[in-house]
Design a protein around this ligand. Structure first.
Ligand code: AMP
Ligand code: MG
Length: 358
């Protein structure tokens, strides 16, 4: 039997039985991750090898170092994921891998590994969108959650408000016009001399600051639409910081951090709640790395409770990059009969909206 025939037969079995034990691989940025997920919702293992210590001295991810490190780690991480799931290769039903968006060299490591693994085992291969993975992280933490729901995706590279109409159908409601929320938090953290990655460090510093002592205003964000902007307030904070330093004024870094975090989270909350009310699904889910921010989770949760909207967010371990979320997203695509060819490539600008495809 050819590889294609074997993969088609496996895919047919998945669709017929609704059962799929999926090995998922994620190498889009600075985490080498592998997981075994059953039926899209049950995590049998979730192994994450973080490269943060490697990139910290450079203040951000160095793409070439990330790719090389993925090459060194991916085999061991996959082996560990299979061992922890007590799963042999021939007990798997499919291989899923993040094929974009992300750093092209980093993505290629996972894609190449997954292609070889799929070919060797005669298993269907599925290239998955990283952003769909972040959305699907909610399915892992909330077995009752099903589309339709409104989703706020906030990561280092994306800030989108979307309506998840079905497992594979999305409608864009709003997006950032410039910096992603995570990117703005990271850049402000860097200006405040905090170590990489800045988001969680800024959150810690903000705990001892007054969020209303120094405020940042954006007329655009106060507007009626669902689009957002974070670049202007980021520049306002950096200018303020440098002016204070030049004048020899004492800089209260904790107040700056708290004020900035408050402004970003207030904007995200206000836009997300209005989008959820307009879309009318009655449910709002949070996704992406910034969803680990406790202050944002608290603000959204309180605002949802006030409006009678059900609020969902993933457990912290599924918020930042991981492969379990890719295994969750993959299940619904496999059930829809999707599989990738062995010619699968890495797509650094892959979008969840057709009109954005590059
Ligand atoms: P992602 O792009 O989904 O991999 O998520 C990474 C982004 O999430 C980076 O911009 C991080 O700074 C940000 N991030 C992670 N944890 C937190 C946190 N606790 N608070 C704010 N931002 C965070
Ligand atoms: Mg991510």
């Amino acid at each position: 039997m050819t590889y294609s025939a074997l993969a088609d037969e496996k895919l047919r079995q998945i669709q017929e039985t609704g059962r799929a034990r999926v090995l998922a691989i994620e190498t889009s940025c600075d985490e080498t991750a592998a997981a075994v997920v059953e039926g899209g919702r049950t995590v049998l293992s979730n192994v994450i090898y973080s490269q943060i210590p490697l990139h910290r001295r450079y203040g951000g991810v160095v793409p070439e170092l990330a790719s090389r490190n993925h090459v060194g780690q991916v085999g061991a991480v996959v082996r560990q994921a299979l061992a922890e799931a007590d799963t042999k290769k021939d007990e798997l039903d499919a291989i899923a891998v993040t094929s974009g968006p992300g750093l092209v060299g980093a993505l290629l490591v996972g894609v190449s590994f997954a292609k070889a693994f799929a070919l060797g085992g005669g298993l269907p291969l599925l290239g998955c969108n990283h952003i769909l993975g972040h959305i699907a992280a909610n399915y892992l933490s909330h077995p009752d959650l099903e589309p339709p729901f409104t989703c706020l995706i906030v990561s280092g590279g994306h800030t989108h408000l979307i309506e998840v109409e079905d497992y594979a159908r999305f409608r864009l409601l709003g997006r950032t016009r410039d910096d992603a929320a995570g990117e703005a938090l990271d850049k402000v953290a860097r200006a405040l001399c905090l170590p990489y990655p800045g988001g969680p460090e800024l959150e810690k510093l903000a705990l001892s600051g007054d969020p209303h002592a120094i405020t940042f205003h954006s007329a655009f964000n106060e507007g009626k639409g669902f689009d957002m902007s974070f670049s202007g307030i980021k520049t306002a904070l950096i200018n303020r910081l440098y002016t204070m330093e030049q004048r020899g004024e004492t800089v209260n870094r904790a107040d700056l951090a708290a004020g900035f975090q408050y402004t970003v989270n207030h904007t995200l909350t206000r836009k997300a709640i209005r989008a959820a009310i307009t879309a009318g699904s009655g449910s709002l889910a949070l996704a992406g790395g910034v969803s680990a921010n406790q202050n944002l989770r608290g603000m959204l949760s309180a605002a949802c409770a006030k409006e009678g909207i059900a609020f969902y967010c993933p457990q912290p371990v599924y918020c930042t990059d991981n492969a379990a979320m890719i295994g969750a997203a993959a299940y619904y695509q496999l059930m829809a009969g999707e599989r990738s060819e062995l010619s699968l490539n890495a797509y650094p600008n892959l979008s969840i909206f057709d009109e954005d495809q590059t």
